[in-house]
Write a protein of this length. Structure first.
Length: 262
């Protein structure tokens, strides 16, 4: 059983965090969506936050299975699922195999394409470094690309808190996540088959996930709307919380609405 936070009542919304983060990243969204009348569930993926690592090798499929198992345990048949960065990769796998469990989907600062050869090599090298004992190399690398310059200058406490989340992630979880991302499937050619309402969120100063990826996702999904968060980097949900929450609520309100059934 993976650890999770739950808040509110109404239409279920499940949010999947990015790498190498944890469910704490969703605190502003959990509070805002719950206040608007939604039941918000934020899990820690296996090996991240407070959830134990998987017994065997991790994959986007195994992460997705953990999410489905949590939904089953909570008695949730269908939900709107949102995934940030690596969480978006998990969402693509979940959507491909369990479309009937999704009311709608939200892809946030993520992409449909798999890693190219250089990207795979980089992840392999990082995993090897962590395994060799250089446990901070991933946090050091991600520190450089997670935030817009204005955030680094104006919100140092936020930058420090996110760094602490990364440092708290177990080496086993980091290695498993890196290899799972390296080996993930490419969904670019399959996007046209995902025929349900979708929100794609990009950030105009995202160094980790350039805006072109969000644009490609939105273009490929048949029922997608694209929202660009201004003056934000990869952690757009924490950097520009008000704009980010407004984008999510604008999309969610198109469904059964607050106080809907699960």
């Amino acid at each position: 059983m993976i650890e999770y936070d739950e808040q509110g009542a109404g239409l279920p919304v499940l949010l999947i965090h990015g790498f190498p983060l944890c469910r704490q990243m969703w605190r502003p969204q959990r509070a805002a969506l719950a206040a608007a009348g939604y039941r918000v569930i934020c899990p820690d993926l296996p090996g991240f936050g407070e959830s134990p690592a998987l017994a065997g090798p991790a994959s986007m499929a195994s992460y997705a299975e953990a999410v489905i198992a949590l939904m089953d345990d909570l008695g949730i048949e269908k939900t709107v699922v949102g995934g940030m960065s690596m969480g978006g990769y998990v969402l693509l796998d979940l959507l491909a195999r369990y479309p009937e469990r999704c009311t709608g989907v939200m892809f946030m600062v993520t992409r449909a394409a798999a890693d190219d050869a250089a990207g795979k090599q980089k992840r392999t090298k990082l995993a090897a470094e962590v395994k060799a004992g250089n446990e901070m190399i991933v946090a050091d690398a991600f520190d450089q690309v997670l935030f817009a310059p204005e955030t680094v200058e104006g919100k140092p406490q936020l930058v420090t808190e996110v760094r602490e989340w990364m440092e708290a992630t177990s080496p086993a979880g980091i290695i498993a996540g890196l290899l799972a991302m390296r080996d993930r499937e490419d969904y670019v050619a399959k996007l046209s088959g995902f025929k349900l309402p979708a929100l794609v969120v990009g950030a105009d100063q995202d160094l980790a996930m350039p805006l072109e990826h969000a644009q490609a996702l939105a273009a490929g999904l048949p029922q997608a709307e694209l929202k660009i968060i201004s003056d934000a980097g990869h952690m757009a949900n924490l950097e520009q919380t008000e704009s980010f929450n407004a984008a999510l609520l604008g999309f969610l309100n198109k469904f059964a609405g607050p106080k809907g059934n699960s």
